[in-house]
Design a protein around this ligand. Structure first.
Ligand code: WT7
Length: 656
């Protein structure tokens, strides 16, 4: 594990208090109010969450016990019965929200659609009935591999409605990656589309599904449900593949929501870790519903008049928690966009803001840096005056990008919520509450009420102000991941054993380095493990290395991230070849393509460096720290005395 380092942000001391008008209308209006609420929650987290669960959600049956904590395994609202699809849909139908826009969708070629709560409910019920008709029962896992179209959200809610856990696989993953995930989850059904639009081209999703399922590679899958989106020609396997629109035509429009146990699995979402195989993060029903509901409401200061847009893909946790479940549970209007900035329309994001009068805009630092690069003239040419709040997530935001976002997109009047969280945490952990907490560019500020966060050393001792350390969470929270699917030991090892318990309290190890300043503000500095963050996408270096060594030419591979202005980090692969192969530009391209085939375009190395050898310790461990220095073009930092053969470094430097 590498030690976190403190960067330029150490000297960032600008502070932006919430605008008065903003605070005046916010649920939490001042720092004092936040502190009071925080203290109250910290003094009795169980009571705090139970009161909210009572007030904010509808339960079919109340729980007997708020928290059952057998470290590291938590159960929340034990004995409670609830359905998140019911909380996202049915309960709004008895209010004026019945005819409020639930989803406003903008398609890439220019088509669009609005679904009211009543219409969304109807479609979800229809799809739930179709899924049942295809043999899916409560507890069966459904794979969802979709473009950003309303049916993606419909599919998730339909699964939740009948108690079939979903596993959404990002549409940018390759057939190989899709296969691994479907296999691990033992999916019974796959919901996909004939394609999706991405930057003026069609993503051939169905072809990837055919490849993934070819040769009966995933025997658990009996059926594939295909949404017609692009109309391009695809193969339909008789007996296995079904058009959604055909089955929808005869599907009943009501389907009661199944009363689920609080702790029934809601979904599995695969994410990269430090070892080879991506892990299936398991989230359950009641606690996740509550936590995503409350965090959406408070951190986004959500009002019924808001038009809320999160630019993530539903294939990531951000899409799950903050496009679908959190906003819909609150009865909000959530915007979904199929497209992305592209040369034929680089200002398309601002078109969407203007067209729908978006009031809350939530995106990633890597997108902001791309906007900066494309130029101020694009947002300036649109009317963005509807915006009142901005958000960011996915990686540390550099203060310059924060300032640009604040000034150009937010006209220096919108608070920015920099939300720190993870697939594993289910929802925001450290975030400003925009009416209450003054912001500092580059800091996610203070923990959400009910979250006990700290920065500690490897022994678990809190470090001093402004000293780097490891970010930990000291008390269970409702939306925490429950386990790694099928591998509870891995769950324990990965998150609970790096740092020993303190006074009998187990610490959740997030894998991030952080520091806390004199005001108690958290500054997250990035991963301290072998996880890299490329354009806000999380990738394990081991995963990319495994992909590389599965190519016959590769004897050994070591992958590191190097700083990149646009993407945050870029992938650099050091590769040694089998004897019969020679390094060439051709081979470099081939290996890059090979990684794309194994994982997906998001994992394509920016650079491959061939070398005769890799720097190793005497016990044979690759010294990645040195490779990171080399990749970044820096001087070799720190101790190299354990290096087995110093000549290797000189060669690598020479060859670079
Ligand atoms: C990792 C989690 C949570 C949704 C998106 C990514 C980094 C996330 C921030 C932030 C600094 C951040 C961390 C974290 N990260 N948000 N606001 N400031 N770093 O989810 O793929 O599970 O990745 O993203 O390194 O551990 P994920």
């Amino acid at each position: 594990m590498t030690q976190p380092t403190i960067e330029s942000i150490l000297h960032e001391d600008r502070m932006f208090p919430p605008p008065e008008e903003f605070s005046a209308q916010a649920e939490l209006k001042s720092l004092e109010e936040y502190r009071r609420l925080y203290q109250e929650a910290a003094a009795n987290p169980e009571k705090f969450w139970a009161d909210l669960a009572d007030k904010e959600l509808q339960w079919f049956q109340k729980w007997d016990k708020v928290l059952d904590w057998q470290p590291p395994f938590a159960k929340w609202f034990v004995g409670g019965k609830i359905n998140i699809s019911y909380n996202c849909l049915d309960r709004h139908l008895t209010t004026w929200r019945k005819n409020k826009a639930a989803i406003i969708w903008q398609g890439e070629p220019g088509d669009s659609r609005t679904l009211t709560y009543a219409q969304l409910h109807r479609e979800v019920c229809q799809m739930a009935n179709v899924i049942k008709q295809l043999g899916v029962k409560k507890g069966d896992v459904v794979g969802i591999y979709m473009p950003m179209i309303p049916e993606a959200a419909v599919a998730m809610l339909a699964c939740a409605r009948i108690g079939a856990p979903h596993t959404v696989i990002f549409g940018g993953f390759s057939a190989e990656a899709l296969k691994d995930r479907l296999k691990d989850a033992e999916a019974k059904l796959v919901i996909t589309a004939d394609g999706g639009w991405r930057k003026d081209a069609i993503v051939p999703l169905k072809e990837q599904v055919d490849k993934a399922l070819g040769d009966n590679a995933v025997p658990s899958v009996d059926n594939v449900l295909v949404v017609k989106r692009t109309g391009n020609k695809i193969h339909m396997e008789p007996g296995r593949d079904h058009w959604w629109q055909d089955l929808q035509a005869n599907a009943k429009a009501d389907c009661p929501a199944e009363p689920m146990d609080s702790e029934d699995m809601l979904f599995i979402l695969y994410t990269s870790g430090t070892t080879g195989k991506p892990k299936g993060v398991v989230h359950t029903t009641g606690g996740y519903n509550l936590y995503t509901h409350v965090t959406t409401k408070w951190a986004f200061d959500l009002k019924d008049t808001d038009v809320y847009w999160c630019t993530a893909d539903i294939g990531w946790i951000t899409g799950h928690s903050y496009i679908v479940y959190g906003p819909l549970s609150n009865g909000a209007t959530t915007v979904m966009y199929e497209g992305a900035p592209r040369s034929s329309n680089p200002g398309c994001m601002w078109d969407v803001v203007e067209k729908y009068g978006v009031t809350i805009f939530y995106t990633a630092p890597t997108a902001i840096r791309a906007f900066i690069k494309m130029g101020e003239h694009l947002p300036k040419a649109r009317d963005l005056s509807s915006l009142r709040l901005l958000g960011t997530v996915g990686e540390p935001i550099n203060p310059e990008a924060w300032m640009w976002y604040y000034r150009v997109i937010g006209s220096s009047k919108c608070p920015i919520v920099d939300t720190w969280w993870q697939t594993e945490t289910g929802g925001f952990m450290i975030t400003p509450l925009p009416g209450a907490i003054p912001t500092k560019p580059g800091s996610a500020t203070l923990p959400f009420p009910g979250i006990i966060a700290d920065v500690v050393d490897l022994e678990g001792n809190p470090v001093g102000d402004n000293e780097g350390g490891y970010l930990v969470i000291k008390h269970p929270w409702p939306s925490m991941m429950r386990t790694v699917y099928g591998d509870p030991d891995r769950f324990r090892r990965t998150y609970w054993e790096h740092i020993p318990p303190q006074d009998g309290k187990y610490l959740y190890f997030a894998g991030d380095g952080a520091r806390r300043d004199k005001d108690g503000y958290f500054w997250v500095m990035g991963r301290v493990d072998d996880v890299i963050n490329v354009s806000g996408h999380r990738l394990g270096t081991m995963e990319i290395e495994s992909a590389l060594v599965s190519h016959p030419a590769v004897a050994e591979a070591a992958v590191v991230g190097k700083p990149d202005d646009l993407r945050g980090e870029a992938i650099v692969a050091f590769v040694t070849l089998e004897d019969s192969y020679r390094a060439s530009e051709q081979l470099e391209k081939e290996l890059m393509q090979h990684v794309v085939g194994e994982i997906g375009a998001l994992a394509r190395p920016a650079e491959i460096r061939f070398s005769e050898d890799l720097p190793k310790t005497r016990s044979g461990k690759i010294m990645r720290r040195l490779l990171r220095n080399l990749a970044a073009g820096q001087e070799i930092a720190g101790d190299t005395s354990t290096l087995q053969d110093r000549g290797v470094l000189d060669k690598l430097r020479g060859g670079a």
